[in-house]
Ligand binder design. Structure first.
Ligand SMILES: NC(=O)c1ccc[n+]([C@@H]2O[C@H](COP(=O)([O-])OP(=O)(O)OC[C@H]3O[C@@H](n4cnc5c(N)ncnc54)[C@H](O)[C@@H]3O)[C@@H](O)[C@H]2O)c1
Length: 334
């Protein structure tokens, strides 16, 4: 199988490539990534010279570059993850989000359609998996969960650009009958995440004895999904999901931001030694809330569980501890 992963030098993409590479010894994997500030290709150095991993620095917004790789490599499947992904950046400057997330999605999807429609078997068998976010559904105010039927209500330029890309994917199934699957997942955590995101921000500031910024009063709720669990769900959706379907993916693991930050501090107190004044929690500082900050996201992942047999692992303490130790080692060795 020849597989393209877009955004494979990013957080989820690099974890995904390492897992797919191990779990599918017969797959050749081509990583297309623009290498933005959020990427780190060194996470893939262990497979770089393996002979079945390829990389090209490509901006998906550049149609000719995308066309060139698709025509030459002739992928039989795509995991599409490339995107501008940081909500705060989308508030400061939305344009790259519109370009990469909407135009970029269109370019890779369209080039695959043009290639695959040339052969009936390719058209039937080759699959395009689009990786999206639960943020397209807006926010939950009270109880309740997002599922595949939840109406779209994106609130930030980031989530609106992802929603736009989801609709393009949907239209390729409705209009052309293309073999696409979309997944919408909750917040991921794990190794390789850029240190602008909440969990790395907390760990880095804590071990450097800087203030740990928490938006508002830290009451916002997120459903945390371990990145390796997510990658397994993507593999399952790619291999066994039904064409044209959407699957929401969550960790069944809701935490208020402030509870999560305190939990990280407690683990750091145990693993790294006491923080300043005997407790890393003393560094927590509330800062002005993010504009349009969605209050709660939570996922009901029963469809992917019942139809495809995937379920998130519930060992949050173990996986969070493993994650924290990875960042502590990484930051200490810089
Ligand atoms: N991280 C999460 O918690 C989360 C949650 C839900 C959905 N997602 C989605 O998962 C995907 C991956 O997220 P992530 O956290 O790994 O993001 P990330 O920012 O860590 O990585 C994104 C990667 O895409 C690449 N990229 C960006 N624009 C590109 C372009 N125009 N052409 C080619 N490459 C480009 C970047 O260089 C980077 O390597 C995104 O589509 C995101 O919307 C992420």
């Amino acid at each position: 199988m020849r597989i393209i992963v877009t955004g494979g030098a990013g957080f989820i993409g690099s974890n995904l490539i390492l897992r797919l590479y191990e779990q599918h010894p017969d797959w050749e994997i081509f990583n297309l990534d623009k290498l933005t500030y959020a990427s780190d290709h060194s996470h893939l150095k262990s497979i770089k010279d393996s002979g079945r991993y390829y990389f090209k620095k490509v901006d998906l917004v550049n149609r000719d570059e995308v066309k060139d790789v698709v025509k030459t490599f002739k992928p039989q499947g795509v995991f599409h993850l490339a995107a501008e992904s940081h909500v705060d950046n989308s508030i400061q400057g939305p344009e790259p989000f519109i370009q990469s997330n909407i135009v970029g999605t269109f370019n890779i999807l369209e080039q695959c359609r043009l290639l695959w429609k040339e052969d009936e078997d390719d058209w039937k068998n080759n699959r395009f998996l689009h990786v999206s976010t639960d943020e397209v559904y807006g926010e939950l105010e009270g109880d309740g969960f997002f599922n595949e039927e939840t109406p779209y209500a994106p609130n930030s330029p980031y989530s609106a650009s992802k929603a736009g890309s989801d609709f393009i994917i949907r239209s390729y199934y409705q209009t052309y009958g293309m073999n696409v699957v979309t997944t919408n997942c909750s917040n991921n955590y794990g190794p390789h995440q850029h240190d602008e995101k909440l969990i790395p921000v907390v760990i880095r500031n804590a071990i450097q004895h800087n203030e740990i910024p928490v938006y508002g009063r830290g009451e916002n709720v997120r459903d945390w999904l371990f990145v390796h669990n997510h990658c397994d769900a993507l593999d399952v959706a790619f291999q066994t999901g039904k064409a044209g379907e959407t699957y929401v993916i969550g960790g069944n693991n809701e935490w208020k931001n402030i509870e999560l930050v305190r939990k990280i501090c407690d683990i750091l107190n145990e693993e790294v030694g006491k923080g300043p004044d005997g407790d890393y929690k003393n560094l927590i500082t509330f800062v002005e809330d993010r504009l349009g900050h969605d209050f709660r996201y939570a996922i009901d992942a029963s469809k992917i569980k019942e139809e495809l047999g995937w379920e998130a692992s519930q060992d949050f303490d173990g996986m969070l501890r493993q994650t924290i130790l990875w960042y502590v080692n990484t930051y200490n060795s810089m």
